[in-house]
Design a protein around this ligand. Structure first.
Ligand code: ADP
Ligand code: MG
Length: 192
């Protein structure tokens, strides 16, 4: 008598789970990585409020630790608090940009000095494997590979994610950074 194959092994369950995840992403959306930063007011509360608002745009699947980071470019301003969020969304890149600009505006960000202090900044780092160069949107974010405040939290939650142009992983890009740019993990209880 022929025996039927055992379909309830850990291996078969693993394959099904991976397949279901891929199918879900294929049907409903893309994996996106966002960089969040704040250096005005209650920085922890600002990052957490922005993360909460992101939940209306997609599923927040991972949030990195919060990092205190030295300002780069315009350095005469308070240290930032930064993190990286992994989001699964069915929005298009343009819709996502419009949504994050709206969050910045609704949270009270005023665009005064370029590269200056800000209540909240949301940047799109990676949008699946898309490469986009349109007016007002460049993805991957053009400076992500040289910023420790981006690569350290990104490598924390997604060390193997690959930059689609440079073809290096987040961990490789982070390890290749020159010394400098102060970044230290903040010891706080996060509420999410
Ligand atoms: P920055 O983040 O460079 O300090 P802003 O937050 O003021 O500056 O962003 C300025 C503009 O950058 C946004 O209005 C948006 O149109 C554009 N932009 C281009 N590429 C991106 C991206 N990948 N993520 C977010 N904004 C982007
Ligand atoms: Mg920005």
């Amino acid at each position: 008598m022929a025996t039927s194959p055992n379909l309830d092994t850990p291996f078969v369950r693993f394959i099904w789970k991976a397949f279901a995840q891929d199918l879900k992403l294929y049907l409903v959306g893309k994996t996106v990585y966002l960089s969040l930063g704040s250096n005005l007011g209650d920085r922890v509360a600002n990052l957490e409020a922005a993360i909460d608002r992101l939940r209306a745009i997609g599923e927040v699947v991972r949030v990195s630790s919060f990092y205190e980071t030295e300002p780069v470019e315009f350095t005469a301003q308070p240290w930032f608090l930064n993190c990286v969020v992994k989001l699964e969304t069915d929005k298009t890149p343009k819709q996502l940009l419009a949504a994050i600009v709206r969050i910045e505006r609704e949270m009270g960000r005023r665009r005064t000095q370029k590269k200056g202090p800000r209540l909240i900044d949301l940047d799109i780092l990676l949008f699946g494997t898309s490469v986009i160069k349109s007016q007002g949107l460049t993805v991957p974010h053009p400076a992500m590979h040289e910023r420790r405040f981006v690569l350290e939290p990104l490598a924390e939650i997604a060390p193997a994610v690959r930059h689609p142009v440079l073809e290096h992983t987040a961990r490789e890009l982070w390890e290749a950074l020159p010394a400098g740019q102060g970044v230290r993990k903040l010891k706080v209880e996060k509420n999410h």
